[in-house]
Design a protein around this ligand. Structure first.
Ligand SMILES: *[C@@H]1O[C@H](CO)[C@@H](O)[C@H](O)[C@H]1NC(C)=O
Ligand SMILES: *[C@@H]1O[C@H](CO)[C@@H](O)[C@H](O)[C@H]1NC(C)=O
Ligand SMILES: *[C@@H]1O[C@H](CO)[C@@H](O)[C@H](O)[C@H]1NC(C)=O
Ligand SMILES: *[C@@H]1O[C@H](CO)[C@@H](O)[C@H](O)[C@H]1NC(C)=O
Ligand SMILES: *[C@@H]1O[C@H](CO)[C@@H](O)[C@H](O)[C@H]1NC(C)=O
Length: 445
């Protein structure tokens, strides 16, 4: 108890220090967006990040193992029925292949019970409520006005101060003129249609909480020129050039990204920096991109020690090169993902991140110099041998190998009851429906 209290106190102090350090640093860089409005939001976000931080991350990693274990035990013939249909597009009855999908996909009334989704997340982002407590908002207009967004456009929806569950009136391609500045408590739910955010700027989650992004395609994202952009109904702020990330998290807390398909973005597909925490990225399909995910941009961002991110049930597919993800400082749980392609490496990092890799499948490329799953940067072995990077139940194919380091006892002992089957072998099935789903209202999805 005393230890917990001390730890708490330490965390509080730490956040205040990190915050105090951050402001002058940003001012020195002359970041124009840190006006009074953003300073207030930054401050609120640090408090939220501190609340969301879990001092016992093992509890969260264990809970994922348990939920997937429970799920698999409930499906004795799971692998058999999956294998039977492996080659063709799946045409059988609704089949949820992991505990997230099991929570909603096979409900023919998913279209009437959309908010049920908010209860389905697992991992560090599981408390992301999105717009669960708000009204529905239907996007019916693909146009984009960055200063005075028209009602019915995605930008008009996301800048609202109130919680909103945002859906779409039809299939559409939205080309954003500048980065989409999303406000707190929003779900962007593309189920039922083919919704693309493409050929323009990407999505920015800066100093926000409670965001769910579900079932949309994000691709061909380009850097934005910056300038004055409306980021809430009450505020317009000056932005520098945007990098061209698909989704950029900057001091964001409680974020869940599920069933998205992403490829070809100007910078990263998903970057999470500046103390972003309590995040889950799941059931998504990534292809054709160099630097896939960056978690932590700079070792000097001390607040990134509190970063806690789950990457689960994703398919890292064709045309990917590196950073799946590339981590600094925080705690990263990489579980039951299918890595079928990489050109340089899969998981990398620097500055003492903790990386727990469980039940993934890693298929190395033919290149004999790229068989290693892992890559450590900016550190000698004497230093990185203390970083906790553990691999458990991972399936290694085509001579892939994971160089472990750090405390071997860190990891919970494999519980044979929970893992009757080696989950690495099940990953093709678990991630079978990764990426966007074609859901039709009135039918199981
Ligand atoms: C589009 O949505 C907006 C905002 O809800 C609404 O005011 C407008 O009437 C809608 N337009 C059409 C064509 O449905
Ligand atoms: C977002 O929703 C949460 C929970 O409903 C609420 O406590 C918080 O104040 C909301 N945030 C904003 C900015 O409205
Ligand atoms: C092989 O892998 C190494 C190490 O990642 C890389 O530097 C090199 O460019 C790769 N060669 C080819 C042909 O892709
Ligand atoms: C690594 O850990 C060992 C044992 O805890 C410690 O003695 C050593 O100083 C550490 N090395 C570095 C470079 O931190
Ligand atoms: C393994 O998991 C089972 C089922 O949850 C539990 O009853 C058992 O105590 C666990 N064993 C160990 C060694 O943790």
């Amino acid at each position: 108890m005393a230890m917990t209290l001390n730890k708490c106190l330490f965390n509080v102090l730490f956040f205040f220090l990190a915050f105090a350090m951050l402001l002058p640093a940003l001012d020195a860089k002359n970041e124009p967006q840190m006006d009074k409005y953003w300073k207030l939001r930054a401050h609120k976000s640090f408090i939220e990040a501190q609340k969301a931080y879990n001092p016992d991350p093992k509890m969260v990693t264990d809970s994922i193992r348990e939920s997937i274990g429970r799920f698999l035990r409930g499906y004795m013939n799971f692998e058999l029925s999956m294998r039977r249909n492996l080659m063709k597009r799946y045409e059988g009855p609704c089949l949820a292949t992991n505990p997230i999908d099991q929570c909603w996909r096979c409900d023919p009334n998913w279209g009437k019970n959309r908010k049920k989704l908010a209860d389905c997340a697992i991992g560090f982002g599981r408390n992301a409520a999105g717009g669960k407590h708000g009204r529905f908002y239907i996007v019916n207009d693909t146009s984009d006005d960055i200063l005075n967004p028209k009602p019915g456009t995605l930008r008009h929806a996301v800048i609202q101060p109130k919680p909103l569950w945002i859906t779409f009136a039809r299939s559409m391609i939205i080309t954003l003129k500048e980065e989409l500045m999303v406000n707190c408590n929003k779900t962007i739910d593309g189920r039922g249609y083919n919704v693309h955010i493409a050929y323009g700027a990407g999505i920015t989650l800066q100093y926000v909480q409670n965001i769910i992004i579900h079932n949309i395609h994000i691709h061909d994202i380009l850097p934005g020129a910056g300038g004055m952009i409306r980021d809430s109904t009450e505020h317009v702020g000056l932005r520098t050039q945007s990098d061209g990330d698909g989704i950029s998290l900057f001091g964001a807390t409680n974020v869940w990204i599920d069933h998205v398909s992403m490829y070809r973005c100007g910078d990263g597909l998903i970057d999470a920096i500046m103390g972003s925490t309590a995040i889950t990225i799941s059931n998504s399909h990534f292809t054709n991109h160099n630097e896939v995910m960056l978690f932590g941009a700079n070792e000097k961002h001390e607040q990134d020690k509190f970063m806690q991110i789950t990457v689960a049930f994703n398919h890292f597919g064709k045309g990917l090169v590196q950073r799946m993800p590339r981590c600094r400082l925080g705690f990263f749980h990489v579980a039951n993902n299918d890595y079928t392609h990489w050109l340089m490496y899969a998981i990398g990092g620097s500055s003492n991140p903790t990386i727990i890799s469980q039940g993934n499948r890693f298929i190395a490329p033919p290149n004999v110099s790229a068989k290693e799953v892992t890559k450590r940067e900016h550190a000698d072995e004497s230093e990185w041998k203390n970083w906790t990077w553990r691999s458990e139940g991972d399936l290694m194919m085509n001579e892939a190998f994971f160089v472990q380091s750090g405390n071997p006892n860190y990891d919970p002992k494999t519980n044979e009851t929970l893992f009757a089957a080696k989950p690495g072998h099940m990953v093709t099935s678990i991630t079978r429906f990764a990426g966007t789903l074609r859901c039709k209202k009135g039918f199981e999805c």
